[in-house]
Design a protein around this ligand. Sequence first.
Ligand SMILES: [Fe+2]
Length: 384
Amino acid sequence: MAIFRTVAASFILGIFIYVSHQLTGYTDFSWAKRSLLISFLALLFTLVIGTFLFFWKEKDLDHKPWRDTLLNFSLTVMGYINFLVTLVLLRDIFALADNLFGLLNTQELYSSTATGYLLGLPVLMLALGNTVVKVGPKLKKVPLYFKNLPAEFDNLRIVHITDLHVSPSLPKKFVKKLVNKTLELKPDVIVFTGDILDSFAEKHQEELKTLGGLKAPHGVYYVPGNHEYYWGAEKGLTAFRDIGFNVLINEVTAIRKDGKTLQIAGIPDPAATHFGQMGPDFIKVQSQLKPDDFKILLSHQPSLASKSAMIGVDLQLSGHTHGGQFFPWNWLIVFFERYAKGLYRINGMQLYVNQGTGYWGPRLRLGTYCELTEIVLRKESKTE
Ligand SMILES: [Fe+2]
């Protein structure tokens, strides 16, 4: 842990030096203004390093509101730094392009006025990103067509919720809004694909009770994501069972309609194995699958899709990526995640990746939104 802290702190310090130099090095700021700006940046970076690396130990269960306030403030500062560093970096890239090819007019890019904009623009971006979150979950209807879907399940509506990240930084009213919106849809099935709880279950009884209000005629199904394991998965999973969710750990269950069966399978996140828990076991899942039934698999990680396709799954529902959540990660996510968001076809299987219903870290989304997916299963006619 000490090594991780040293490396992380050095990396953040490096970014601080780069940003401070690029923001003050080329301007005609007075010595006093320059010192003030560097002090301001030092304060922001110290707050982030201090909070997350040296102070934050989320070990006690006592609710201390001042800790939540500090955490949220530091996360907001982290969001500001993220945008500031990105803009500073983009300015340097433009300037480099100008130096190399002379294509852009970048003379004004390093003026004091431009630097002022660079410092102010992240505040605007934070406000915009925060508004996106405040709006709450936005419905996305996704019709998916399958030739082998039994006619009995044509038009089956599945509400897919993922990556809610219930934690001290997620307002309780966000959870209430989500539950109301989901119930208004009157779905046939509700599925959760992990990272729903990102804190101790004991601290979030109210949100769990609210989530317990979610009911659907064919049931509510849940698999854990990596974040559930960081806070003691056993208690977390028990909490979800207690509110009536069907927790699927390498298990397969079925829903029946007019004599036909549709199987719903679930696997845990591979992070489980780091905490002495059972990881994804495709052999165990496969042994429970029936060749003639339509098969849906819930997996937090979309990256396991090729394995799911191999065992004959028809549709995998996933989350995890958050679609990058905010700029510039909404662009860069494709370098980290093969299946970043939306629909993919993998060896005859369809994979749908929801970009996340809640958010992680700073209370903001920019370039993505809080997605509440309504999957509608459709039977594709043979002639289509
Ligand atoms: Fe997540």
